[in-house]
Design a protein around this ligand. Structure first.
Ligand SMILES: Cc1ncc(COP(=O)(O)O)c(C=O)c1O
Length: 448
């Protein structure tokens, strides 16, 4: 091997390069603090030029490479640190979770099995049960962390299918299964229907009211109609925090309808789940005990660095029977998450979540969630006071939807103007046929 410096990449057992590796780490800390965190007053994107990866034959000097990242990559990233960025469900991660994420990479344990991550398996089990209890899912609740809400929703639908038709695990799908979600539910439900082999056309999208909440009569008549057509309803979801307006379906009543028709009841609280920390929003979560499964993403409204999401189930049996994988090359006397998850090898995100909860405490989570609701209220009041803007609907959470009411300036044009001026970075979702502006008020110093 011509010019490869093993000691640049790995700690030598003689410890001769310990200080060089430490120095590299400090350089990363400087880059993160100075060129990522301390960019709150920098533009939303500094450089939109295209980028070429350019992989060399000979490896690069590491500090030079980091300098290249600082000069060439970081300016091309979208600057979520800017408190005027409110476009999507992207939070600035709490500092502890940034460093915890690096620690996770360094430890590099594997959630595939207990023998590869004993302490993190115990930690994940307890965290999952802690969240399940917080949502009131009962004493047998269980679950698994996932790399995002889409994967959690896909897993929920898979468990529902295997519960309704256990033979489909081995033989595929036989009957005419249909699932029901609102027309404001996330697109991961279509993805899920594709993945589990039931097909996207068998996902019935139920109309919502102007705020984005599922219309209960429409849900029930859609279920009845499908039965008349010879279909078999198997899955109903309530959304706690819809992707565009942040609406929360009536969990209790959707759950009762699901049970009346012998359906699996799933709650997609990927976004809104953090609302459980404040008494202001807790009433919206009434009925979670009816849920067979639930999605929640601490990586969204709980300021945990990506990735960190979870699927909770009311009954561990459903997770075990739903996946029922085998790891013949592992110690099978212990709990192996690789058997209970669509992913095999998986990061130990539990460490990051546990450290975040320990660092903030329950009262800190409550404070941060309430703070974002207050900041979002201020934004709504600003919109209401403006003669050029209208609120699209009354916000439920910390998501504010607005639009231009100036016939000479579309919402899309207004958005671009605000981005160019550095005033606000909002997104432009399609909502009931119109392009509107959406602000997700997650930055703890939003608007500063
Ligand atoms: C309500 C809802 N569910 C699920 C998801 C998917 O989550 P993820 O992007 O983590 O896969 C989203 C994403 O925005 C969402 O808003």
């Amino acid at each position: 091997m011509p010019d490869f410096h093993l000691d640049s990449h790995f700690l030598n057992p003689d410890r001769s390069n310990l200080e060089a590796i430490r120095k590299l780490g400090y350089a990363f800390v400087d880059a993160i603090v100075d060129s990522v965190l301390d960019t709150q007053n920098q533009p939303f994107v500094q450089n939109s030029a295209s980028f070429q990866i350019d992989i060399p034959e000979q490896g690069s000097e590491l500090l030079e490479l980091l300098a290249e990242v600082r000069s060439q990559i970081l300016p091309r990233t979208v600057n979520f640190q800017n408190p005027r960025y409110m476009g999507h469900m992207d939070s600035v991660p709490a500092a502890i979770t940034i460093w915890a994420d690096a620690l996770i990479s360094a430890i590099n344990n594997n959630m595939l099995s207990y023998e590869l991550s004993p302490v993190f398996t115990q930690m994940e089990v307890q965290l999952i049960q802690w969240f399940g209890n917080l949502f009131g899912m009962g004493t047998d609740c269980f679950g698994t962390l996932t790399a995002g809400g889409s994967l959690a929703n896909i897993s929920g639908l898979l468990l529902a299918r295997n519960w309704k038709q256990p033979q489909s695990k081995n033989l595929g799908n036989h009957h005419n299964l249909v699932a029901f979600v609102s027309d404001a539910a996330h697109t991961s439900f279509e993805k899920a229907m594709n993945v589990i082999g039931i097909g996207r056309e068998n996902l019935i999208r139920v109309p919502t009211n102007p705020r984005g909440e599922i219309i209960l009569d429409e849900l029930e008549s859609a279920i009845k109609n499908s039965i008349k057509k010879g279909k078999q309803p198997f899955f109903v979801a309530a959304i706690a925090g819809t992707t565009v307006t942040g609406a929360v379906d009536n969990i209790q009543l959707v759950g009762e309808i699901a049970k009346r028709y012998s359906c699996w009841f799933h709650i997609d609280a990927a976004y809104g789940g953090a609302g459980i920390f404040t008494p202001k929003l807790q009433p919206l979560f009434q009925g979670c005990e009816l849920a067979d499964s639930m999605t929640f993403n601490p990586q969204k409204w709980l300021w945990v660095a990506r990735t960190c999401a979870m699927l909770l189930v009311k009954d561990k049996k459903h997770l075990v029977e739903g996946f029922d994988g085998e790891l013949p090359y592992m110690d099978d006397r212990t709990l192996n998450f690789g058997n209970l998850n669509l992913q095999g090898t998986r990061r130990t995100d539990s460490l990051k979540l546990w450290m975040a909860l320990k660092a903030m405490g329950i009262s800190g989570c409550r404070y941060l969630v309430e703070r974002s609701l207050d900041l979002s209220d201020s934004l709504s009041q600003w919109v209401e006071a403006s003669t050029e803007l209208d609120l699209v609907c009354e916000p439920t959470l910390n998501i504010v939807c607005l639009k231009s009411n100036d016939p000479k300036l579309s919402s899309a044009e207004l958005r671009q103007k605000w981005i160019d001026e550095g005033k606000l970075w909002l997104s432009l979702p399609l909502w009931k046929g119109d392009r509107i502006l959406k602000a997700v008020v997650l930055h703890p110093y939003a608007g500063s």
